[in-house]
Every structure is written in structure tokens, then in C-alpha cells.
Design a protein around this ligand. Sequence first.
Ligand SMILES: Cc1cc2nc3c(=O)[nH]c(=O)nc-3n(C[C@H](O)[C@H](O)[C@H](O)COP(=O)(O)OP(=O)(O)OC[C@H]3O[C@@H](n4cnc5c(N)ncnc54)[C@H](O)[C@@H]3O)c2cc1C
Length: 296
Amino acid sequence: MNTVPFSFAQRDYMLAPHTRYRIGGPARLALFPPTIDDMERAYLWLIESATPFVVLGGGTNVLIDDSGYAGCVLFTTALKEMQSVGERRYISGAGVALSELVRQVMLPNNFEGVGALTGIPGTVGGALYMNAGTANGSICQLTDTVSLLRRDGFISLPLTPDMYSYRGQSFCAAGDVIAGGTFTFTPSTRDETATYRHYMQRRKETQPEGWCCGSVFRNPPGDHAGRLIEAAGLKGTRRNGAVISDKHANFIMNDDNATFDDVLYLITLMKETVQHRFGVELREEVRIIRATSCCE
Ligand SMILES: Cc1cc2nc3c(=O)[nH]c(=O)nc-3n(C[C@H](O)[C@H](O)[C@H](O)COP(=O)(O)OP(=O)(O)OC[C@H]3O[C@@H](n4cnc5c(N)ncnc54)[C@H](O)[C@@H]3O)c2cc1C
């Protein structure tokens, strides 16, 4: 990784400020391609130079090792193109904030789907990767095609329901980059602005404010991870600067300079306790990035 042929490269780049947890050491290299062509050049260079890399959008669903990342973090955050490409049809770059898609496209046009996306932080690319959503639906259900950067170039992939599931998808393989998506929206018969206000208010009432990744665990079938963790008596449990929220048991907060290990300790405690008490295996929703993770 001696010569890096890009003006948008940064070496030994601190990752904590780019995460909602405010946790994570330096990346050996960080790339911020400002255009889609630059993204392709950067990607091809990473592949040709066999540099390990992970992709990051808004960093709202990641927990990164305090020792940082020993490869390259490829940021999509500058891919902010969003435009109308036909009646009710829009393209969005991976780096567009999901909240902008909601507030600048869906709400002004009263399109369906606001209840599925309201209040979810992060980027469109990260949301597609996670198939982010709520009990009201998820982003992939609203997506026509995903633009993917793969070893053999860009492809535009029409999405079908078999390609995604609850907080997961199968279209973005390890080493692929989601460059953006195309959405065809349906006019709603309800007042979507009222829906938006309702769910923003609900989040205020039920979710804590502060440094966190939202829900740490996926909900197990037919139950809620938060209910199980609360029933196991773990609300308020602390490990140094990390604490299981009193307001929502599926949230671990970075309350006071928590470390990667502090959060990981609580994750393990929650999993083991819920398994022991209820025989239910909790699966992480948060993506854990260690120093040598590759192509997350
Ligand atoms: C307060 C709070 C509330 C939340 N509420 C919800 C909720 O209601 N529903 C929900 O689903 N989530 C929720 N989340 C989690 C998170 O916001 C979503 O998962 C979000 O979609 C992640 O987007 P991001 O851009 O921040 O992704 P990142 O955190 O940057 O990345 C997440 C994962 O996606 C991969 N990735 C990101 N971008 C790309 C790309 N372009 N190509 C390939 N891989 C990529 C990363 O490698 C990583 O594995 C919440 C988080 C917080 C902090």
C-alpha cells in the first residue's frame, strides 16, 4: 500500500468520528471517491493491489475495533446524486442519507413507504445492504434495481423478493459495493406526513438518545430481542463506559468513552444470558469490524 494514486485518500484515518458509536481506531487507508467514476477507479485499484477493504456508509450500524482496521475503508458518503428519472421513479447514490430520500422525495410527493423508513439513520447504500426497515416494511421492498460494483464492472440488478429478507439480502456478495438504487414509488392514499410525524414521535418516546447503533440484535422469530433482554434483567447493566439502555434493552449506549471491548462484553453477556434463560439464540444486527475483517 505504498503509493496510493488518489487525491481522495487519507492514511491512518480515525474511524470513531464516522460511526454512531463513536468507537473505532484508525484505518490504514480511507478512500472518499467523490464521483461514481472515481469509485470505480478506487475499487479496481483495491482489487488489483489485493488490498483488503470494507465499505462504510453512515457508520450507524457498525462497531469497529479500537485498534482500527488494517486495510482500506471505502466510503460511499460522497455519492450523493439523487434525481428523478421518470414519473415516480428516482435514482439515488449510495451516499445519500436515507432521511433525505424520505424528506426530499417521499414526503413532498406523499409516496407510500414512509412508515418503513422514518427515523432510520445512515445512507441509502447501507440501508440496502442491511435491508433496513421497521415493522411496516423495508427498503428493498421499495427498490426496483440496485447498482452494484463488482470485479467485472457495474451491473444493474432488478430486485425480487427472494433476494432479501428481514435485515438481510443476498444480492451484495462479499467484495461488492452497492453504488446506488432505483425506486419507483406509489402515491399513498394516506397522509404520509402524519405517518412520518407519528413514527418520529414514537422513536423519541421509546428509544434512547446518544451514541449507539440502534438495535444490537435482530428480533428472533415471533419475539423481540429487547423483550427477552429486559426479561433477563439486563437493563441498565454497565461495563465501564457502555450500558444496556434503561429505555430500550436492545440498545447498548456508549455513555462515557466506551471501548470496543466494553460493548463486545455486553453483547456477549446479552447473548449468553438470553440463551441460558430462554433457550433463544440472539443474532447480531450490528456489523462488527475487527482489525483484519475483509470485504464486509
Ligand atoms: C438510533 C438508531 C436507530 C436505528 N433504527 C433502525 C431501524 O429502525 N431499522 C433498521 O433497519 N436499522 C436501524 N438502525 C441501524 C442503521 O441505521 C441501519 O442499518 C442503516 O441502514 C445503516 O446504514 P449506514 O449507511 O449507516 O451503514 P453502515 O453502518 O456504514 O454499514 C452497515 C453495513 O453495511 C455495509 N455497507 C454500507 N454501505 C454499503 C455499500 N454501499 N455497499 C456495500 N456494503 C455497504 C457495511 O460494510 C456494513 O457491513 C438504527 C441505528 C441507529 C443509530
